[in-house]
Design a protein around this ligand. Structure first.
Ligand code: CAO
Length: 426
């Protein structure tokens, strides 16, 4: 079966996490992704957080599946010629260098557009145009600058960053959407365009309910926040709200059996209005169904702390999975706090290809997250990440049509290096 993006060739100038997330997704959709890396070290993450000496880290392998790798010194004169040829042979250039890097290489938008007017140039930057546009940015900088950290954590504690990489991976997802949209527009116009995703913007987009609450504050307290029930006045900005739900249905994380020793024996419990009566019956409080203090959502708002404490007395008698079974039987939405160990072992995620076991010549078998976007006519297969420069020769000859003599000259110029050999056999 063909793939959705068959025939699309990506010149992948990305590194670390945000850009590679985007190009990995495009590769899973069938694009031919050619990752250009600096001779010698390649993407810095190959060597970061290594668990096995001299073997590409899981950080790198889990973000670079299904890609080809070539080494190319973009500052070398011969290397620049190869890069020009690649620009002419590819549909999209994706990059997440620091601001100005591409221009300094001599491959700014004007030059690329001149070489290949159909090329789409897609960039991740930390900030969009404005006072901070020249800044280098990493994940947690974006989480803080995009409004996530100020609204995450408990009211009486400091701002918190989240474990989900909403700055890097989140912005990479936004960029992938921008690229396929630009490809679609190119079908009509025949022209490429620039696609820019700033990490601050991506995080703010994901935190938009908190900007919603910022505006609601002008019209009174945020009644669904537990702070309201605790009679604590609101300030002038959306506060941190612990585990309060960000939606209209109050929720909280409550303990389950074993919480004293298991840090993940918890469940997210939502007191959704349509199933309130079923909740009352289940937790042994049938009288709340008719008690005016509990029978309606507005009456419950000032009492949410007590309500969740009462629910917790019930959930503490069972494992999170038993709570889940009992609640779902009545369409009561709950979220078990699943550890990474539990997710890695979950059979249904293996069946759907969301968790995949991959074999790598250096490290042997490891787990990764497969394509979370499932297309019925374009199923994703997950192939191991490339070794540094593994496909340099292949790309020079088969994509660019260089002869033996050309390749020898390019090698002699120092623009490319011999491919890396896996340090360990699996
Ligand atoms: N050949 C020759 N030079 C190359 C090259 C190649 N193939 N690939 C990269 N380089 C050079 C660049 O030209 C640049 O050199 P100059 O600064 O001399 O022009 C240099 O490598 C470093 O690029 P960089 O500034 O992008 O890298 P950094 O490690 O200093 O910064 C990061 C990393 C992520 C902070 C920065 O790239 C950035 O802010 N990117 C945009 C936001 C982003 O994506 N952040 C998320 C990253 S994931 O957490």
């Amino acid at each position: 079966m063909g793939k959705a993006l068959d025939g699309v060739r990506i010149l992948d100038f990305t590194h670390v996490q945000s850009g590679p997330t985007c190009t990995q997704l495009l590769a899973w959709f069938g694009a031919d992704v050619i990752k250009v890396e600096r001779p010698g070290e390649g993407d810095i993450t190959r060597g970061q957080l290594r668990d096995i000496p001299d073997v590409d880290s899981l950080y790198f392998t889990m973000l670079n599946h299904n890609k080809r790798s070539i080494t190319l010194d973009a500052k070398n004169a011969r290397g620049k010629k190869v890069l020009e040829a690649l620009v002419k042979h590819c549909d999209v250039l994706v990059e997440n260098f620091a601001p100005g890097v591409l221009d300094r290489m001599g491959f700014g938008w004007e030059r690329i557009h001149q070489l290949n007017p159909r090329m789409i140039v897609a960039s991740v930057k930390g900030f969009g145009p404005g006072p901070y546009e020249e800044c280098k940015v990493y994940e947690n900088v974006a989480q803080c600058a995009g409004g996530s950290a100020s609204t995450t954590g408990f009211r009486d504690g400091p701002p918190l960053v989240t474990g989900a990489q909403i700055g890097d991976s989140g912005t990479g997802l936004h960029l992938a959407l921008g690229i396929v949209t630009a490809l679609y527009q190119r079908v009509r116009t025949g022209r490429g365009q620039k696609v820019l995703c700033a990490m601050q913007d991506g995080v703010l987009n994901l935190a938009r309910v908190k900007l919603r609450d910022q505006q609601r504050l002008k019209h009174g307290p945020l009644t669904e926040y537990s702070q309201y029930g605790e009679n604590i006045p609101f300030g002038d900005a959306t506060p941190r709200a612990g585990n309060d739900s960000g939606g209209g249905q109050p929720g909280w994380i409550v303990k389950c059996k074993g919480w004293e020793t298991d840090p993940n024996a918890y469940i997210y419990f939502i007191t959704q209005a349509p199933v309130w009566e079923a909740i009352c019956d289940l937790i042994g409080k049938p009288e709340w169904k008719t008690d005016p203090d509990y029978a309606t959502p507005p009456a419950r708002l000032p009492r949410l702390r007590y309500i969740f404490d009462t629910i917790e007395e019930w959930t503490k008698t069972m494992s999170k999975f038993e709570v889940m079974d009992k609640c779902n039987a009545h369409d009561i939405p709950v979220g078990p706090i699943l550890s990474m160990r539990e997710l890695a072992e979950e059979p249904s995620l293996r069946t759907t290809g969301t968790v995949v076991e991959v074999d790598h010549p250096g490290r042997g078998k490891y787990l990764t997250v497969g394509n979370p976007v499932k297309l019925s006519d374009s199923p994703a297969d997950v192939r191991r990440s490339p070794l540094l420069g593994e496909h340099t020769d292949e790309v020079l000859r088969k994509v660019l049509g260089y002869s033996d003599k050309d390749v020898a000259e390019i090698k002699a110029s120092g623009a490319i290096t011999a491919p890396e050999k896996p340090a360990k056999a699996a």
